[in-house]
Write a protein that binds this ligand. Structure first.
Ligand code: DX5
Ligand code: ZN
Length: 216
């Protein structure tokens, strides 16, 4: 199976965002990955809804929105208003994760749960059947272009096993440090969706890099 490719616009040229989104529209990218940060849950701030409204208008691919913020449930309506298909919330930010997942689904989006590098896969045992996707972080969230944490490959393997055992239909997405080399190993371990920021936007031809990732 070919991977679903979700390029992260965090590494795009914000001075030429329309141009970069246009490139992604033309490319073989399947989704657009959008990283929202709050400077509280993660030590960085990316962009908010006023900017994303314009991004959403230009984007012709489904939006894969990754919220690295505390209390993400407060923004379900705003995320939905962007036309978002998939809303990712962090396990670490949701003490009432089951409720948040239901609220995202009731709002008409696909719920996904994200885990940080230090969060064990087994903690998802009671939620994995309720979500459409699990996002496994390959770096500590907050910045693009960081070094891939090797243990992520093992976590994807474990998660594939958990999904099989529980009969869950969740896709496995990996975000952070994904390039051609780590991407190939993640696919072998059982990943379905690859997010790539730096690998795409720092490539001489981002479109060709997306093509290469798609054909891993
Ligand atoms: C990191 C973000 C990622 C980031 C990935 O906190 O969640 O989506 O853009 O960037 P790369 O692919 O550069 O590691
Ligand atoms: Zn992300």
């Amino acid at each position: 199976m070919k991977p679903i490719i979700s390029p992260s616009i965090l590494s795009a040229d914000f001075g030429n965002l329309a141009r970069d989104i246009d490139m992604l529209n033309r490319s073989e990218a399947d989704w657009l990955h959008i990283d929202i940060m709050d400077g509280v849950f993660v030590p960085n701030i990316s962009f908010g809804f006023p900017v994303l409204k314009h991004v959403a208008k230009l984007a012709e691919k489904p939006l894969d929105v990754h919220l690295m913020i505390v209390q993400p449930e407060k923004f379900i309506a705003e995320v939905k208003a962007l036309g978002t298909e998939i809303m990712n919330v962090h396990y670490e930010t949701c003490p009432h994760l089951h409720r948040v997942v239901q609220q995202i689904r009731e709002a008409g989006m696909k719920p996904a749960v994200t885990i940080n590098p230090a969060t064990p896969v087994m903690l998802l045992k009671d939620i994995v059947r309720e979500v459409d996707m699990v996002l496994v972080m390959g770096v500590n969230p907050g910045f693009g272009g960081q070094k891939f944490i090797e243990n992520t490959v093992e976590k994807v393997r474990e998660l594939r096993e958990l999904i099989t055992q529980t009969g869950s239909k969740a896709l496995i997405e990996v975000d952070g440090g994904v390039n051609l080399e780590t991407g190939a190993r993640l696919m072998k371990a059982g990943a379905d969706v690859l997010v790539a920021g730096n690998a795409v936007f720092s490539a001489p031809s981002p479109e060709e890099m997306i093509h290469a990732l798609k054909n891993l």
